[in-house]
Design a protein around this ligand. Structure first.
Ligand code: XBP
Ligand code: MG
Length: 245
């Protein structure tokens, strides 16, 4: 049976891209007087690059945007991204981003079954902790043995680094775990770390992407009253081969 569930955050645990990150980027741009605006269609294209700072750089390169001669681009991007994080955290504290259907239920079932929980995300640790703190379940962050985030590895998804880090910190093999992702970049990262047991829950930005050899693709984890529903009972006592069947 499986020993741990490893969750991506953005797009998987909550619709943070749609309801949080995109508007937070736009608020940061406006705050410093930039006339940049990332509408949903453009943002969908920019999501090809994981990581907020990396995404800003990619946008500047794509649009041929150059800073004044002598300006420090690293500092510019870092400042913009800090502002963006502040706006994002403010949205969370206003309760703007609920967990996706079935996420909390599956975490509860996992805990009851003695299956450990971990997080492998590209965003910052404070964003994850704040999302969990405002999810309506006390001490939710304590449910996770490992929260591996953002800049703690050199290469972000689709590189497998963050998954290697989580497995190392859990002290488990890839074959002991199931990964939960929503995007092609996340699927690539999990699969390249050997996590062939992969559940994809798509969202508006990622439906229609190519998830490689992901065994299970759903539009949500779901609740008992609204199928599709993935239960820990479906996972306990099974292995990856069963999951693929
Ligand atoms: C998520 C991301 C993140 C968020 C923004 O990818 O790409 O960049 O959009 O987070 P994944 P930061 O779900 O595959 O982890 O701005 O904090 O980097
Ligand atoms: Mg994601």
């Amino acid at each position: 049976g499986f020993k741990a569930l490893i969750f991506d955050v953005d797009g998987t645990v909550a619709d943070t891209e749609r309801d949080g990150h995109r508007p937070a980027f736009n608020a940061a741009f406006a705050e410093v007087g930039l006339d940049w605006h990332w509408d949903p269609a453009l943002y969908g294209e920019l999501l090809a690059v994981a990581g907020g700072k990396e995404r800003i750089r990619y946008f500047m390169m794509r649009e041929g945007i150059r800073l004044d001669p002598g300006a420090d681009e690293d500092a510019f991007v870092a400042d913009l991204h800090r502002r963006k994080t502040r706006h994002y955290l403010a949205m969370l504290s206003q309760g703007a981003i609920p967990l996706r259907p079935g996420v909390l239920r599956l975490w509860r079932e996992a805990r009851a079954a003695g299956i450990r929980l971990a997080i492998a995300t590209t965003t910052t640790p404070e964003n994850v902790v704040a999302l969990l703190a405002h999810a309506g379940e006390p001490s939710l962050a304590d449910w996770f043995d490992v929260i591996a985030a953002g800049d703690s590895v050199p290469a972000k998804k689709p590189a497998p680094d963050i998954y290697h880090l989580v497995l190392e910190q859990l002290g488990l093999e890839a074959s002991d775990c199931i990964a939960f992702e929503d995007s092609d970049n996340g699927a690539r990262a999990a699969l390249d770390a050997g996590l062939s047991c992969l559940v994809i829950t798509t969202n508006a930005y990622t439906a229609g992407q190519d998830f490689g050899a992901a065994p299970l693709i759903l539009d949500q984890l779901g609740e008992p009253s609204s199928p599709p529903r993935l239960a820990v009972g479906d996972l306990a006592g099974r292995d990856c081969v069963d999951l693929q069947a």
